[in-house]
Design a protein around this ligand. Sequence first.
Ligand SMILES: [Zn+2]
Ligand SMILES: [Zn+2]
Length: 208
Amino acid sequence: MKMNCKKCGNDINELDLTEEQKFEIWGMVKQDLKLFATKKIIDDFGLNHKEAKIIISHINSEFGKCNCCENDELNSENIECQKCGAFNYNFTEPIFNSEFCSSLEYSLDFDNLGIDNVVGYWCDGVDCYPNDLKSLSKENIKKHKKVVTRAWIGKGGQGIYEMTIKFGKQSIQNYLSGLNLIDCIPDGEPEKWIKIEPENNKIQVSLK
Ligand SMILES: [Zn+2]
Ligand SMILES: [Zn+2]
């Protein structure tokens, strides 16, 4: 289906994106890697460069915020801005996002794990782009109940760890219904939900 943008007059292709495609393309736009995002659109959808560029220019990088004006009240996907008439894809925020990853990073308390050789460790980041983006689909979360990604951990926060994030009842439910995962990070009692094997550069965290 084609839509028309009243602001620039271009016809817009409706995009039927999988969760992974959406996550990847939107992630590139947010990081200002528009050339890569354009190339991906060309490759994945067989569109020409001009069509792909038009698509990219209508992806707003933050849900709600128009790509053309100050309006920040866009409340659904594929929407025309009520103020300036510009078309916005207005993708809803992925659930496994950088905000969740940084909350998780700050919740990792290695000093109170009861393991002497990780006292003084800290986490310098959890990668919100797992190698296997397909693992972020709702079907996969439902089936495998986990996401495997990377985290930077150590005394200087720089060792590269394989991090397995296990989903519990509440987090699966939140994921499937599009709700925030931050509330599913346990508070306190780190020994109950964090398992670390520094000798293998592995860590496992269990969400609620
Ligand atoms: Zn436009
Ligand atoms: Zn607008």
